[in-house]
Design a protein around this ligand. Structure first.
Ligand code: UTP
Length: 286
């Protein structure tokens, strides 16, 4: 089934990353030399997404500027003959009119952020990508869209049983190794209450009917309007599937995950990997 729109919720406060995120949006933190949000947009593009909807908040104007022309920069790069750098900043531009922004006036939770995009989505399925869940490898969203046949779909990965309280956790039904029937999902269960160790990571495809459910604005875990609660409420009314994606996910909303992502992505870069590998070998880091 064709999915052509994607929502990028970027309205959160990024409190785990203070003070860096006091004035800088968390989604603009760079992994090597590219902001997290650009990785997410590239993953969506690779999956065939052509309409990009950002749910922003106050202090997030750097994201809008990032996806717009910087005329002064481009004219300086042109004048100095820095063609590679110019290509880099021009190639990331999307087709005019394909990027929209809507403001979430208060950070009331991920479910609320997604609901704020309802009028821009209309009556069709839409993808959701959380930029702080950075996935290295093939586009996870592409894998999901290829398998999507309607209803709701989430990406999942196995986590250590001690970590369930940091995630939405599914109750698994039929499992073919890649696609899993979701019988229930609960937000942030303690390890002794978790129905499995299959954790939802930040990639979703939702049916348009979910917006009505989100509109009930019921608060869930942490006093926030949770996306998972609305997904759970649609069980039995629409198919709900989880997809084990093949890439590696880094939790760039946490400091450790962010550091690991920087090292993993840098080790893959031709211009950095040899020197970094050598330094890691030589440096007495322990
Ligand atoms: P997180 O809970 O990871 O982000 O939400 P956060 O609240 O910004 O971070 P911490 O926990 O305070 O450090 C996951 C995603 O949902 C978005 C965030 O921007 C992030 O991409 N989000 C969250 C919103 O857009 N609005 C919200 O009200 C909450």
């Amino acid at each position: 089934m064709r999915v052509k729109k994607a929502i990028f919720p970027v309205g959160g406060l990024g409190t785990r990353f203070l003070p860096a995120t006091k004035a800088l949006p968390k989604e603009m933190l760079p992994v090597v030399d590219k902001p997290l949000i650009q990785y997410a947009v590239e993953e969506a593009s690779a999956a065939g997404i052509t309409e990009f909807i950002f749910v922003t908040g106050r202090n997030k104007t750097a994201i809008e500027d990032h996806f717009d022309h910087s005329t002064e920069l481009e004219s300086v790069l042109t004048a100095k003959g820095k063609h590679d750098a110019l290509k880099l900043v021009q190639e990331m531009m999307r087709e005019p009119g394909s990027v929209s922004y809507v403001r979430q006036q208060e950070p009331a939770g991920l479910g609320h952020a997604v609901w704020c995009a309802r009028n821009l989505v209309g009556d069709e399925p839409v993808a959701i990508l959380l930029a702080d869940d950075l996935i290295k490898g093939p586009s996870a969203l592409q894998e999901m869209i290829s398998a999507y046949e309607g209803g709701n779909m989430v990406a999942v990965m196995d986590v250590d049983p001690s970590e369930t309280a940091a995630y939405g956790i599914i109750t698994a039904g039929k499992d073919d190794g890649r696609q899993i029937e979701v019988k229930d999902v609960i937000e942030k269960p303690a390890p002794d209450k978790a129905p499995s160790n299959l954790a939802v990571v930040g990639r979703y495809i939702i049916e348009p009917q979910l917006f009505e459910q989100l509109g009930t604005q019921d608060e869930g875990a942490g006093g926030e309007i949770q996306l998972t609660d609305s997904l759970a409420a649609r069980i039995g009314k629409a198919p709900f599937t989880a997809m084990r994606f093949s890439g590696t996910r880094f939790d760039c909303g946490s400091k450790l995950g962010f550091l690991q992502a920087n090292i993993a992505f840098a080790l893959d870069r031709a211009d950095l990997s040899d020197d970094l590998r050598q330094w890691l070998k030589d440096a007495d880091l322990g």
